[in-house]
Design a binder for this molecule. Structure first.
Ligand SMILES: Nc1nc2c(ncn2[C@@H]2O[C@H](COP(=O)(O)OP(=O)(O)O)[C@@H](O)[C@H]2O)c(=O)[nH]1
Ligand SMILES: [Mg+2]
Length: 203
């Protein structure tokens, strides 16, 4: 659930999740630098080689709400840091690395997310997918990813607006060029906000 800030605004937490080097930081940097969506600076906690050690964080304001955007450290050994970042999450953007050889890393990362959030994923916590690195030659087909999502029970999600069952939203993206990055973000941001209003209306 979002929290109310000292400024009286609602702060939603949106998390970019996925395996190491999939393009999470690149996507958030795109929103920050090219789309100019951030308020203030982007914070990044990185190791000496520039890989995310804990998180990146950026805040965007849309209408009367604030969106706190986090990316997790994708390397397997940072499991504990990732769990911390999920506290109070309002929506997930999963960045799938489309490279064929990264298949197992994606599956591992998705399974870890399911371990943490279980049935809430796609039901009370909205999720969308970016299948990233579409510019590279040796990538998986979209249908293969959709098939895996089906196996994991994530091919269908609950509409944050109506409560009906919907196909999960899956975007083909190129984070380094910004292709579909903003569109995917706006979809999930909208879902997270609508989901909250649906929840409080239902109370
Ligand atoms: N070719 C290609 N490279 C990408 C794309 N997105 C990210 N990268 C590269 O993949 C590497 C890891 O990206 P990064 O955003 O740090 O991944 P993270 O670990 O998920 O945060 C960097 O060298 C990026 O430039 C993409 O869409 N296409
Ligand atoms: Mg990163």
């Amino acid at each position: 659930m979002p929290s109310r800030g000292a400024d009286g605004k609602l702060y939603f937490k949106i998390v970019y999740w996925g395996p190491s080097l999939g393009g999470k930081t690149t996507a958030v940097k795109w929103l920050f630098k090219k789309e100019g969506m951030a308020e203030g600076k982007m914070q990044s906690i990185v190791d000496p080689t520039g890989r995310t050690l804990f998180f990146d964080r950026m805040v965007a304001g849309i209408a009367n709400v604030k969106l706190q955007i986090y990316t997790v450290a994708g390397q397997r050994r940072h499991k504990f840091q990732r769990k911390t970042i999920l506290n109070g999450v309002d929506g997930i953007i999963f960045v799938w690395d489309a490279q064929v050889e990264q298949w197992n890393e994606n599956v591992w990362s998705l399974e870890e997310l399911l371990e943490h959030l279980g049935d809430a994923l796609g039901k009370t916590i909205p999720i969308i997918f970016m299948i990233n690195k579409q510019d590279l030659p040796n990538i998986v087909k979209r249908t293969q990813v959709l098939e895996l999502l089906k196996q994991k029970g994530l091919d269908k999600v609950v509409s944050p607006m109506t409560g009906d069952e919907l196909e999960v939203q899956v975007y083909d993206t190129i984070a380094i060029q910004g292709l579909n990055v903003k569109r995917a973000f706006q979809q999930l941001a909208r879902d997270a906000v609508l989901n909250y209003y649906k929840k409080i209306k239902g109370q």
